[in-house]
Design a protein around this ligand. Structure first.
Ligand SMILES: O=c1nc[nH]c2cc3[nH]c(NCCN4CCCCC4)nc3cc12
Ligand SMILES: [Zn+2]
Length: 378
């Protein structure tokens, strides 16, 4: 099962902080069949059963606990039955930590040329071979049971941004019906099914979605329909409306987020889990993440810079290589260059969530957040 032994440190100034919209960061422990994991946590994204450019051994070494994979991609290629025959996703990709699979809702709407959505599900064309495909709650849950992740997601519709109120309302109500169908189709014990809160950017729809899904009693809750192009203050406002309605003793997972400034704000509202392709994606075009912002190590400025990306970073790249060397590799299109920037960016985010956890446990999260935002956004 996926018990969440939450442990909320009551901050000394907690009551005061709540008045100014501070809803309570918390340091928790997430229990899964593949181990007990610390939150807040960042989950590296391994869309096609690999976190691009790094090995499972390197992921373990840098402190990754749970990684993400996508049902949409693995369903289209190589097929989720094939992964089941291989012994499941953990065996297939040789990862013995936690795995969470997204249900495919978001990918259908953001990847495949969408044909149409009905009460039954979503018909679409595969972005791989153009074939006509169909996903429904039942199909998505069966696919995720085949993959065998520790945490799976209900099949939902990620409402595009912006969206008319009426569309957001009808879609959110359908996502709640799909969550119920996902629950009925989920028959694999030991595997946790999380629901996904929708509601577009409408406060009342967010509250209705959260309350309806909480009544259906899931072991954890994703917050979806965000990080879809809306301004950050709007995202934070939706968090403020949604998170307090979710049970304190269950994990909250903000899907598709994100950059360090978003992570520290979301933790402030009580989010526990994050995933984002950002660190691995920008790494592949030579951008490194640091506590002062982004460093485009490919720039000519670093041609003779023999310091590491970040001299206070404990990652394999920063412990052994200079900016000049990594820039040389990237300019020469050497695969090792992408590997080093990816290793650094993943380590940076994993370490950042570890630092937030420590700050929460030591009752100094608010000052940690202030100091970080002052430096990061400068
Ligand atoms: O509503 C969702 N349901 C299921 N999965 C999701 C995944 C999501 N991922 C995002 N945002 C990802 C944004 N990301 C930022 C870095 C560049 C590529 C896009 N929103 C999401 C909402 C959902
Ligand atoms: Zn580093």
């Amino acid at each position: 099962t996926c018990a969440f032994a939450g442990q909320k440190k009551v901050l000394a100034a907690y009551e005061e902080a709540v008045k100014c919209g501070y809803s309570g960061a918390r340091a928790g422990r997430l229990h899964t069949p593949h181990g007990v994991f610390d939150t807040p946590m960042f989950m590296p994204v391994g869309t096609q059963a690999t976190v691009k450019a790094v090995s499972p051994r390197e992921l373990k070494e840098m402190g990754a606990q749970i990684i993400l994979s996508n049902t949409y991609h693995l369903y289209l290629r190589p097929g989720t039955e094939l992964v089941a025959e291989a012994g499941g996703l953990h065996r297939f990709m040789d990862w013995d930590g936690g795995i969470l699979t997204d249900s495919g809702g978001f990918q259908v709407f953001s990847l495949g040329p969408l044909r149409k959505i009905t009460e039954e599900g979503a018909a679409f064309r595969s972005h791989i071979d153009g074939s006509t495909q169909f996903l429904s709650p039942e199909i998505a849950i069966k696919a995720q049971m085949n993959l065998g992740a520790d945490i799976i997601m209900a099949f939902d519709e990620c409402i595009p941004y912006p969206a008319e109120y009426q569309y957001a309302k009808l879609s959110t109500e359908r996502t709640t019906r799909w969550a119920e169908r996902s629950q009925k189709a989920h028959t694999r014990s030991g595997q946790a099914l999380f629901a996904i809160v929708q509601g577009g950017m409408y406060q009342d729809l967010r509250r209705v979605s959260a309350n309806d899904l909480v009544s259906l009693d899931f072991p954890g809750y994703g917050i979806g329909g965000l990080s879809v192009g809306e301004p950050k203050p709007v995202m934070y406002e939706m968090l403020e409306q949604t998170v307090p309605l979710l049970p304190e003793n269950k994990p909250r997972y903000l899907m598709g987020v994100g950059t360090p400034d978003c992570l520290v704000e979301a933790v402030r509202y009580g989010i526990d889990m994050f995933d984002c392709v950002f660190p691995t994606r920008v790494a592949r075009n030579g951008t490194a993440m640091t506590k002062s912002g982004r460093l485009v190590v490919k720039n000519a400025a670093y041609a003779k810079d023999f310091l590491p990306i970040d001299e206070n970073c404990g990652c394999y790249a920063c412990q052994n290589f200079s900016r000049a060397y990594i820039r040389h590799l990237l300019k020469a299109d050497e695969i090792f260059g992408l590997r080093l920037t990816t290793i650094h960016n993943l380590y940076f985010l994993l370490d950042f969530t570890k630092k937030m956890r420590q700050a929460i446990l030591e009752d100094r999260f608010l000052s940690f957040r202030e100091e970080f935002l002052a430096q990061y956004c400068k």
